[in-house]
Design a protein around this ligand. Sequence first.
Ligand SMILES: *Cc1c(COP(=O)(O)O)cnc(C)c1O
Length: 371
Amino acid sequence: MNIPLVDLKAQYATIDREVQGAVRQVMERCDFILGGAVKEFETAFAAYIEVPHCLGVANGTDALHLALRALNIGPGDEVLVPANTYIASALAVTQAGAKPVLVDVDAATFNMDVAQAEAKVTGATKAIIPVHLYGQAADMDGVMSMAARHGLKVVEDACQAHGARYKGRRCGSFGEFGCFSFYPGKNLGAYGDGGGITTSDAGLARKIELLRNYGQEVKYKHLLKGYNSRLDTIQAAILKVKLARLNEWTLARRRNAALYDQLLSGIREIGRPRYDAAADFGHVFHLYVVRAVRRDELLEFLKTRGIFCGIHYPIPIPRLDAYSDLGHKKGDFPVTEKAAQEILSLPMYAELTEENIKEVAEGIKAFYARR
Ligand SMILES: *Cc1c(COP(=O)(O)O)cnc(C)c1O
């Protein structure tokens, strides 16, 4: 029996009828663009994130891009972004015409090192994008106080942190905007692309509503040069079904993480995730990421046993060809670069069984017991 990194089929099997019913309803109504289910999902997701407003958009990258546009961030501006994140966090800044200024991360959590971010603030810095990486909140006290000191806007990249809390508050409720991805493999995933933007500011919410829909106020009356970036109605209908299960799935992820913690605790070669287990949804385990000695060999060994792991991310943004223009060299981001050699994402999803987790732990033990 194979154990994949994520198993979308296992989850679908538990909700197939409900999903099919929701999709059929959209077909029957034929309200495909900004239809009833979009508004319904937006209301439900805003309530879930404990903010007044949510707007559905086409994907998580667009969520970040439109958020920056709504804040009038563009050419000549700099935006602070962690070096260890998915490239989309930086691409959104580039798409807005601004410059991503990369910041190294904290070795314990892999989230942005706020002290280093502050040291990179210049007269051109307009915003900071804290990424709640792997499902664990960034240091939001640090981010918010630093942003206040320098007059920076805060756009949270919560694409991996649906439901995660920081000192009791939901990720996506701190900054001017919270940006979410509903890519299928995310903790709350659609059956195609999707994204969402949360905010507590009615004026900013209104601006996103225009920007995502060609800048249009009413049909053919365009107030802004906008985009076509709307959450699809069919995807919204599916997301509404899945949102009702999200807490249950998150609790299962956290239970799985606790079992991994326990079973891996005796293995010297494995560094377990550092998080506050007592904090309510402090980590929602989009990914369970360990540090591993001889990581690449371990990954291959586990594959031979039918256990499929991932690396998030193998090539840090400053080392990617796409961002060679930033002019970084080896050694500029030591924590991120070291992490890229050692991190390993173990299989993680709600339907993972105790048996599966034991098998992964046994596999890891067997690898280090060789020779
Ligand atoms: C998935 C992801 C995105 C991009 O979301 P898409 O929906 O794929 O565009 C951005 N940032 C992070 C941290 C992500 O994990």
